[in-house]
Design a binder for this molecule. Sequence first.
Ligand code: NAD
Ligand code: MG
Length: 386
Amino acid sequence: MKNITILGSTGSIGVSTLDIVSSHPDRFRIIALTAGKNLELFAAQIRKFTPRIAAVASPEDIPRLTELCHGIDVTITGGVEGLTAAATADEADMVVAAIVGAAGLVPTAAAIRAGKDIALANKEILVTAGHLFMDLVARFGVRLFPVDSEHSAVFQSMEGHRSEDIHQIILTASGGPFLNTPADRLSTVTVADALNHPNWAMGKKISIDSATMMNKGLEVIEAHWLFNTPVEKIQVNIHPQSIIHSMVEYIDGSVMAQLGSPDMKAPIAYALAYPERITTGVKPLDLTTMSGLTFHNPDFTKFPCLQLAYRAMAAGESMPAVMNAANEIAVAEFLVGGCSFTNIAEIIERTMDAHVSHDLRSIDEVLAADRWGRETARQISREMVH
Ligand code: NAD
Ligand code: MG
């Protein structure tokens, strides 16, 4: 029996993780769950999976959640302390980090310090604080399993191989909903257009990140830290069918790839059950029905966010955290109609232009850079709209 805690159980990854847990009750047991909003769904999950601890992001939501969980034997808590208590709950063997954004930093760091293995979906953690997290993982001797489909594919394509034999990592990208939209139309696309991802059903923030291609930029940075590989050895290939989830090319010219239907349950299950494979209900792949798998280079001019991520990595230190913070603000603005789609990249670029990169020696310093990035991006976006 593996004891699991999920940070962000009401999100797209959280719900898929619980689906896998519920179809393998002999293997997995839920110890703690956390959520941001959506208290009704959270209460239903608590009723079904009976965690010992349930934590909500805002302490103000504790009374309402307590009311919704009337009659259930669970400790309800909240705020950063509550999330940390859930993340470090004694019995858990593995913590699934599925909060979106830099909000996942503190509870996930606490989980590592408490000796928990991590199944990592929350890529913003490695983008903002990759060096600190990889140090923590080594220091506390825990294992870090990628959940992001590309990184799971790379991880699987590296098994049984020596990392010194890697020539390059090739991350595939669907290209998102605007792959074939003319660049001059992007300034007028709607929120609904941007959320309409061709291959994956995901949370709103990552859906917009996929539309701007910032998601792939974040994933390049994530791959750099996870696989200890220089950014120059990480290529991005547009592969609109999302069947090959990523590849590793070795020095002998061999390329290892992982394929499958685009469904996050497969990489989640691999992280949960590693090194075993378990059933997931993912639709089997029938390559004979595919009209053709295609690949081409990304368009950095049409999708400046991808370029900004490479620029942030080249600057290093606090720049990726500031870029990530500006992206979180710009995406949130776009989602409420506060700026246009093309403003997103402009807000991020201007925030980065205003930032002088500096060393980050602790999670607190990362959080300070994150706050600076958010405030600056908010101000830039206000100026831009008025
Ligand atoms: P989501 O928005 O659907 O869910 C996010 C979860 O975090 C929810 O439970 C939400 O309540 C919680 N949350 C949000 N803000 C919070 C805060 N401030 N404090 C505490 N909890 C908070 O997001 P998602 O699509 O499930 O993505 C989660 C993470 O996984 C992201 O980092 C994303 O990039 C990554 N990821 C997602 C997918 C996918 O298919 N959805 C694929 C790969 C990677
Ligand atoms: Mg991905």
